[in-house]
Ligand binder design. Structure first.
Ligand SMILES: Nc1ncnc2c1ncn2[C@@H]1O[C@H](COP(=O)(O)OP(=O)(O)OP(=O)(O)O)[C@@H](O)[C@H]1O
Ligand SMILES: [Mg+2]
Length: 199
């Protein structure tokens, strides 16, 4: 009985997450803008992504000279958690296939990097040495409901793109099957509309 209850519990959590994702995707996003330490958001996101299990590990390479930007830290955290979850799934998938990472691979399987960008903005990179994406799938990964995972909803990247673009930023993906994936996010120093808000 205890085992069955644990299964039910887990399934309720999963369904709750699916419903939250679908609602998040369906409704227009509202942003709460404030001066934000993006390095801190990265640290919190990595901790959240690894809370249930530490492996695959996420390495942080955070630029100590990163400027604070006016953005929505809570939305940004949600976006990064989605990307880090995808990266960790890609590592799991590679391990399940027992394919070795590229021979020149160094460092942690997943890495989250920040750097100052021109015009007071920031660059955030999520890189993994996971299974990578088939060339034919790559143009579709941001489409809502596109998934190759049995337990996937296919909303993670669609929601992430909504958030980043809603914050006035850009998101780009590069991936090679068997090599890994890199997501580059650029965020402006001030999200659109932030100058209209009283301080
Ligand atoms: N880092 C990655 N490495 C390999 N494939 C990836 C990566 N990120 C995304 N993908 C591919 O893009 C698809 C869509 O990703 P997305 O996050 O939108 O949905 P999902 O992870 O399948 O489900 P969920 O809604 O739970 O996030 C994935 O199913 C996977 O095929
Ligand atoms: Mg996902």
């Amino acid at each position: 009985v205890r085992e069955a209850v644990a299964d039910i519990d887990e399934e309720v959590l999963r369904l709750n997450r699916v419903v939250t994702d679908v609602l998040d995707f369906a409704k227009p996003l509202r942003f709460d803008l404030a001066p934000t330490d993006v390095n801190e958001v990265c640290g919190v996101s990595a901790a959240a992504a690894t809370a249930e299990r530490a492996d695959p590990a996420i390495g942080l390479a955070l630029d100590p000279a990163l400027p604070a930007i006016v953005t929505d830290g809570e939305r940004l955290r949600a976006a990064l958690v989605n990307l880090l979850a995808n990266a960790r799934h890609a590592i799991d998938a590679r391990r399940a296939q027992a394919t070795a990472p590229p021979p020149d691979t160094v460092g942690p399987p997943v890495e989250l990097t920040t750097a100052a960008a021109p015009d007071g903005g920031v660059l955030i990179v999520v890189r993994d040495h996971g299974i990578g994406i088939e060339a034919a799938d790559l143009p579709r990964v941001f489409e809502p409901y596109f998934t190759t995972r049995r337990a996937g909803t296919g909303l993670g990247l669609a929601i992430t793109r909504n958030i980043i673009e809603g914050l006035g930023g850009t998101i780009a993906i590069a991936s090679q099957r068997g090599v890994g994936t890199e997501i580059r996010i650029e965020l402006p120093g001030r999200a659109a509309g932030s100058e209209d808000r009283p301080s």
